[in-house]
Design a protein around this ligand. Sequence first.
Ligand SMILES: CC(C)(COP(=O)(O)OP(=O)(O)OC[C@H]1O[C@@H](n2cnc3c(N)ncnc32)[C@H](O)[C@@H]1OP(=O)(O)O)[C@@H](O)C(=O)NCCC(=O)NCCS
Length: 215
Amino acid sequence: MPTATSSGDSSSSPVAGSWCSVSGVEDGPAAPVLRSERLLLEPLKVGHAEEMAPLLADPGLYAFTGASPVTLDELRRRYERQVRGHSEDGHQRWLNWIVRLEQTGAPVGAVQATMTAHSDGLAADLAWLIAVPHQRRGYATEAATVLARWLREQGAQVLAANIHPRHEASMHVARALGMTPTDEVIDGEIRWATAPTQSRHGASFGAESRSCRKP
Ligand SMILES: CC(C)(COP(=O)(O)OP(=O)(O)OC[C@H]1O[C@@H](n2cnc3c(N)ncnc32)[C@H](O)[C@@H]1OP(=O)(O)O)[C@@H](O)C(=O)NCCC(=O)NCCS
């Protein structure tokens, strides 16, 4: 998975610590099935490791994220962590989907969202990955757009992603979601974010607001 969010994988979490968080998001919504014109976003299951492992074995996927291909066993263990759905301290809600073509059911990638409650509202950090043979067909933009819509419906007031400064494709996706680059640099990646919106739900997930320091 790209390293734009933690979403259960603390080994690839440039976002961790970038926002001050408060507890109380672990009882947030479970990932639902999401659909777009061409894609089906299916909530992650450990059993997806078998069909995702060959897609994630391509070193070309990791040019900008610093991650590397994983074995099937490593992927299974990663998915076992991710399907727990929240960090141990309850500060982060982890939501993971695999992306399938609606027409054939073939898996083509994955998307993640890590939701965190902050003193100033609920934020979602996103990550997207499309397997090399399926890239440049608009799938990342389409999957991220449907995910962003759902996250906003859940009360997310800020959507963000950490992106390598030369990762043009990922910057395109971020722009399509309305994100712009911020001044924040995390492990050499630029933090992109949407302007905060007043969600119709406010900071949901029962999050308790608390003052906290910026990094
Ligand atoms: C980033 C990634 C998800 C994009 O997937 P994709 O399905 O090819 O993206 P899209 O087809 O939706 O293209 C998005 C935009 O980027 C552009 N683009 C795609 N690949 C590009 C490339 N290699 N160079 C420059 N622009 C590129 C497209 O033209 C499109 O632009 P548009 O919105 O103006 O039409 C994919 O490259 C990937 O999985 N990379 C590895 C994982 C990764 O780095 N994830 C991001 C972590 S933040």
